[in-house]
Design a protein around this ligand. Sequence first.
Ligand code: GCV
Length: 852
Amino acid sequence: MLMFSLRGVAFGALVLASTSLLAEDGSAGWLRYARLEQSAIAALSKDLPAEVETLDTSPVVLSARSEAQKGISSMLGRTLQAAEVADANGALVLGTVAEVQQRFPSWKPGAAPQAEGYILRTIKSHGHSYILVAGADPNGVLYGTFRLLEKIAEGQDLARLNDVESPAAPIRWVDQWDNSNGTIERGYSGRSIFFDNGTVRPDLARAGEYARLLASVGINGADVNNVNADLKMLSPEMIKQVARIADQFRPWGVRLALSVDVSSPKVVGGLDTFDPLDPKVIAWWQKAVDDVYAAIPDFAGFTVKADSEGRAGPAQYGRTPMDAANVLARALKPHGGVLLYRAFVYNHHADWKDPKADRARAAYNIFHSLDGKFDDNVIVQIKNGPIDFQVREPASPLFAGLPKTNVSIEVQATQEYTGQQRHLVFLIPMWKQVLDLDMRAENRSTPVKEIVEGKSFHRPLGGFVAVANVGLDTNWLHHPLAMANLYGFGRLAWNPDTSSETIARDWTRLTFGNNAKVVDTVSAMLLSSWPLYEDYTGPLGLGTLTNILGPHYGPGIESAERNGWGQWLRADHDGIGMDRTVATGTGYIGQYPPELAAVYESLKTCPDELLLFMHHVAYTYKLHDASPYNGETVVQWVYDSHYKGAAGAAKLVEQWKSLDGLVDQERYAQVLALQEYQAGHAIVWRDAVNSWFHKMSGVDDAQGRVDHFPNRIEAEAMTLDGYTPVDVTPWETASGGKAVVCKEGATCSATAELQRPAGLYDIAVQYFDLHDGVSTYKLYLGSKLIGEWKADNTLIFNALGGDTSTRYTIRDVMLHPGDTLKLVGQPDRDEPAPVDYIEIDPAQSKVAAAQR
Ligand code: GCV
């Protein structure tokens, strides 16, 4: 055995030299097990035994063993030999605490881990080292093994392992919003890994790989279908199919859950009602649940969305969420299942003319009075904020409003309102800011994290749910850096006290290796990304200023106003913001416990980042004196923060470029393309929001930037051949509200004579990249072709506007007065080679050199 592992080391050393920066496609996520530096291998190898002894034969512990073998072979080039009983030279020992105690009777475990927790300990026995991974149960063994591998990947000392870890809460789930036809609601990375063509995919290899990734960060449940549930989901054939997904999950300790529609007894079951209190309906649910458990014995439970956004619900029969939840929960209870009932219940036909109407109040209004009436296997699942995953929201007041009910927090890792994995937004700091908020329920310390852990109110159940929506894209979430959100969610669900910095650094190490510059740079990029995205998309608690009636991606500010969806900004020419005070507004603030309510109610104490969520103020209202607001007016803050945010997005490009050669070329190129795209799109956001505030408020930018673009040439102002000007809606999403388009089959051009002083310039062409077509653009300086590209981004939108506006930049072009610039566009299918403007700025390279 010893000989074998030595051979492994020698082989490993050979491989190291040739593999360090091999192209990687991201499919392994953070579980790459990249080969370590030779010095690290040598240091770790002296403490790592040559055998693995498995004291438990459950499938989960066998997964732990194969994972340990795989990880160690890949990182250290050593073979970890499986042995029933290890020889006397030491071993990695995997088993439950009881099994390990039996194997080493003199071993004292000390503090016992709680359910799914583990002990990692190095002990000496007869002069040899044993590394013990002792789990409270099989899942604990698996989680402990992954933790050990993480330590190895980070080159940590194995000689004195002494960790005891337990998860913060029992519910640590992901939700997928996958539809049985293979699409994913709010999915931005390809089609479903589970479903296709109305049924479960024949090949479920990705489902197993997904479960492995989830298990590696302690996630123990996955709801695989959209909360807007397909009614077919409970049909016998579908359950048989879905059981195949559960088979893929099971070896990784991940239990499968399903979303169900409460109208199923009527629509699928053929009953004349789905009134939850009707005995026929109760019996129907019991039978449906029994059938599910017959096919999937470790089934985790149901998630329910009802009476929300057009979904059927108990309200139709004058019943409450509690009535519906308890009926399903009672059917699940004998099998050990749980029922997650979403508190995302609101009327999307609200009366926008009513100054007291307020969607943010809905969840508390509906659920608070039901506190204490839910069965003990019901968990009320509360979105982090009271609206809908906006770039910033306060914590939902409902967290403090259900002290006698199990609750979980629902966050969104899929970046619906935060850039859809085309913008880098590391969401951990955003989630932490909610988790860490002390609600001051009962005038005592009750941070949200302790409420959902069940600690604050001594609840038996509770936890963390993230809408993940990974897809068939090779790298799972499209942006290679977006996986930090899924990883970080798992880390927070395990221990919400983990800092954002630790998560960012750990993820980076696992994903890109231990090079100090890479770790520092990538984690700095991650940690700056949410604040800067907020800076250019959603100031002062207004919410993401996106088109809420469209794809929730680019800017579309007024879409929030004057409709029933209740995401109102309440903007007029004098001021902006929702007055949610008790004194003069909707009274929402009164839903918080009194100490916190007092903070939000007063303009003096309300944090500026939530100002316009809580209050309606004039554009000229002055923010707090302290940094970063420095007593600026609301409108000037909006202008400044949008310039700051766009500059921050441009900086991400430079930060990433500094890693050229330190990160494999494949992922380097992918991230670079996305960061360059983001930097361009941040300018679209900046200009749209600023122009809109400028028009609305009538207040000029003190720095003279807004609506004043001396370096910009509007396409409609160029000499056009074939191109025709069109209005863009909403107006703020195109410069000057207009673009030019070319007819299908034609070739069009837009020409301008330049009078720039001789020098080096960057020339940016702002065009629209629609989904249904790949137009070609060519840019000529005089007769010289200086740029050629195709509008072939993978955006899914089809209208000219903020969702599709895209920038192509040609750097370091030498210009002279009298030069002619000609843009030639060739449409393709439904994409008319559209152009917004051309901007010619002094070359960034020159600016940077001048600044040095
Ligand atoms: C699954 C938002 C999303 C919807 C989603 C809903 C929910 O409104 O835009 O796509 O529906 O939230 O969480 O139920």
